[in-house]
Design a protein around this ligand. Structure first.
Ligand code: ADP
Length: 678
């Protein structure tokens, strides 16, 4: 047997064959019809369209054959390809090329064979259209013309399809190209960079320009290492090398370089771009700027740290007085105490309680101020008496320490101004208190003077001063500098005072020279008033020395037994007749059955709470009781401003914040309870 020789330009022939993408495709009616027609025209049992691959011939359509492919080495068609023209074998048994061919000696037992090549327009024979018989035959050239014509028709058909395919692919490619360009254009907030395998930039998105500060033309054609720090471990070459062997995208978080030399934190991933054989041909890197995310993470970390510092400081400041309170109250329970010891221990307990009260009040105050929900309430103020009033509070302490406390109002200021009395007094008091507390020699001067459109209060002392490094920190909550344990305080005064200053439309500044003293300047908007009108409009003093009338009938609704007992004891000491109930529903029932001069209701009670109870009482009163409405005070442990509005809307007359001092309770009875017995 003689195998057909392989043509010299076999690789070109194979490329032409592969370009038709016909090998191993499904059966098609057109080819089957052609093969059927051949069998009919030539009256042969076997006909086929085959394509000759590198090592095999593959039948696109065949009649009378079992296999769908046979080795090229034994194929008759291989000879048609080698010759490039019509091949006729009239009796294979007598042909030296085929007499011992297994297709002759075994099935299908070929004797007669005629094959016409399928030749591309470029002259490459890619397949064969053939007829075969199991009997020898003679056939003339003319008789084979239909076979050749059909072969030409088939290749023309394939060629047409091929061209249509190419056009469709070209259109698809153009479409894809335009899509890609649109993606690169539209990617404004993310950087897309396509590089070749040398790491040279081929294409960039609009976002790349914004992110790295380069124009597109400054990037294309340059190495992508341009945007990487030189000391970077993940150099682009290393990434490309990795992608050659592993197609999973490489994802990194690192600092990248802008055109102006600055850096920014980024997340970028490099994706492989491969050809149809999965070979790496380019890379696409996608980069996001994560500066904002990093900033948020940092803020969160700082906030968590601040929270934990705050909790540490709070728990320390709460535990110290609590410790005294618990220790001395335990001692008080002992029986063998002298009267003097008992008085002293009770005093320590009271001091501990007051300290706790002060701290909780300050914390609530600070949180309310920081929430931004508080508003300034202005009224006419007599400036000299406002300042003198605050200085007078600290004169005894200053005198005891042997330091001066002077107050001065600039002649250029009006006597009457409009301002928030409570807040100004609070701020001045905090600042004068500190100045006197931290000054051991010399003195403190409090001045009010105009400063542009503002009124400025300067509290100047000759104290130790505040080191430059800690000047900002003193305004932070719980920062006590070096005075922790040496001077009383919680480190909340300045934080509150600055918030207060800002709430009333001003600010608080510090100037200090270490070893020489400090000046805190509190500013507030200056609104001068006409002297006479303002003095008439000033509110009357609210302080009173009046005592509550004995025999007041008071209903206390409080679910916490200790608080209930405390209220009852204090009120009974004021000679009141007290009824205590432990929930809202009992309070409502008791009020319906007995007359009272005052109701003291806890805001938070199980079931009917203080607000709903107040509403219920006011509704029933409105429905027809002739008696005047009973005064109601609500007890609350909350920050008052949060519930005040709701309380007054429900119909309460006053609020009392827990823990209430005896004097607060006494003043409340005087204000609310009727003076005359019923
Ligand atoms: P407190 O006085 O309760 O510690 P503040 O918030 O009023 O809290 O003050 C914070 C810190 O600022 C003080 O602990 C102290 O270190 C410093 N400070 C405040 N006022 C003065 C002052 N006049 N002179 C020196 N240090 C001061």
């Amino acid at each position: 047997m003689k195998s057909a020789p392989i043509p010299d330009d076999e690789h070109i022939r194979l490329a032409a064959l592969y370009s038709y993408r016909i090998l191993d495709t499904e059966a098609e009616a057109a080819f089957d019809r052609c093969v059927r027609t051949l069998c009919r025209i030539y009256d042969v049992p076997i006909a086929a369209v085959s394509f000759v691959d590198r090592d095999r011939q593959w039948f696109k359509s065949a009649r009378g054959l079992e296999d769908c492919e046979t080795p090229r080495s034994i194929s008759f068609c291989g000879h048609v390809i080698a010759e490039g023209g019509l091949l006729v074998v009239e009796d294979a048994r007598t042909d030296p090329r085929f007499h011992d061919n297994p297709l002759v000696t075994g099935p299908p037992g070929i004797r007669f064979y005629a094959g016409a090549p399928l030749v591309t327009p470029a002259g490459q024979p890619v397949g064969v259209l053939c007829i075969q018989d199991r009997e020898p035959r003679t056939i003339s050239k003319e008789e084979l013309i239909p076979l050749e014509d059909l072969a030409d028709l088939l290749i023309a058909q394939l060629e047409l399809r091929h061209r249509e395919n190419e056009q469709r692919l070209r259109r698809q490619l153009e479409h894809r190209q335009r899509e890609l360009e649109a993606i690169f254009q539209a990617a404004t907030s993310v950087s897309l960079i396509k590089t070749d395998l040398e790491g040279i930039i081929e294409e960039t998105s609009t976002g790349t320009e914004a992110l790295f500060g380069y124009a597109r033309h400054e990037l294309v054609g340059r190495p992508v290492s341009l945007v990487h720090l030189p000391e970077d471990r993940f150099h682009p070459e290393a990434i490309i090398e990795h992608l050659r062997h592993d197609s999973t995208p490489v994802r990194r978080e690192m600092e990248l370089l802008r055109s102006d030399g600055t850096t920014f934190p980024a997340v970028f991933s490099v994706h492989p771009i491969t050809d149809s054989n999965n070979n790496l041909i380019a890379t696409l890197s996608v980069t996001f700027d994560i500066s904002d995310q990093k900033w948020v993470e940092q803020q969160l970390e700082q906030a968590l740290r601040a929270k934990s510092d705050f909790l540490n400081a709070i728990s320390h400041d709460l535990r110290t007085p609590l410790n005294a309170l618990m220790g001395f109250s335990q001692l008080l329970a002992e029986t063998d105490l002298t009267a003097e010891e008992r008085r002293r221990y009770a005093e320590y307990c009271q001091r501990g309680g007051e300290r706790l009260h002060g701290l909780i009040d300050s914390l609530l105050e600070l949180s309310q101020l920081q929430s931004g929900r508080l508003q300034a309430h202005t009224e006419p103020l007599d400036l000299p008496s406002l300042i003198e009033g605050q200085c007078a509070l600290y004169r005894p302490t200053a005198r005891a320490k042997g330091i001066d406390l002077i107050c001065r109002v600039d002649a250029g200021l009006p006597r009457w101004v409009r301002g928030d009395r409570t807040r100004l007094e609070q701020a001045l008091s905090n600042l004068i208190d500190n100045a006197v507390k931290y000054t051991t020699a010399g003195g403190v001067t409090v001045t009010a003077r105009p400063e542009g459109e503002q009124l400025a209060f300067a509290i100047e002392d000759t104290g130790p001063g505040i080191p430059a490094a800690t000047r900002d920190q003193v305004f932070a909550a719980f920062d006590r500098g070096d005075y922790e344990g040496e001077q009383p305080g919680h480190g909340l005064g300045l934080a509150i005072t600055r918030e207060v200053a800002q709430m009333i439309g001003g600010d608080l500044h510090l100037h200090s020279v270490e070893g020489r003293g400090s000046t805190f300047t509190l500013t507030t908007p200056l609104e001068a008033l006409d002297d006479r009108r303002a003095s008439r409009a000033q509110r009357p003093p609210t302080e009173t020395t009046e005592r509550p009338r004995p025999g007041l009938r008071i209903l206390v609704a409080e679910d916490e037994p200790t608080n209930a007992m405390l209220a009852q004891t204090l009120l009974e000491r004021m000679e009141a007749r007290v009824t205590v109930v432990e929930d809202g529903a009992s309070a409502l029932r008791t009020w319906r059955q007995h007359p009272f001069d005052l109701l003291l209701l806890d805001l938070q009670m199980p079931g009917l709470d203080g607000l709903r109870l107040t509403r219920a009482i006011r509704d029933e009163e409105a429905e027809g009781r002739d008696a005047p409405p009973v005064p109601i005070a609500l007890f609350t442990a909350h920050a008052r401003s949060e519930v005040e509005q709701q309380g007054f809307e429900a119909g309460c007359d006053e609020f009392l914040t827990k823990p209430a001092r005896r004097s607060d309770l006494e003043a409340l009875l005087v204000r609310l309870a009727p003076r005359d017995p019923p």
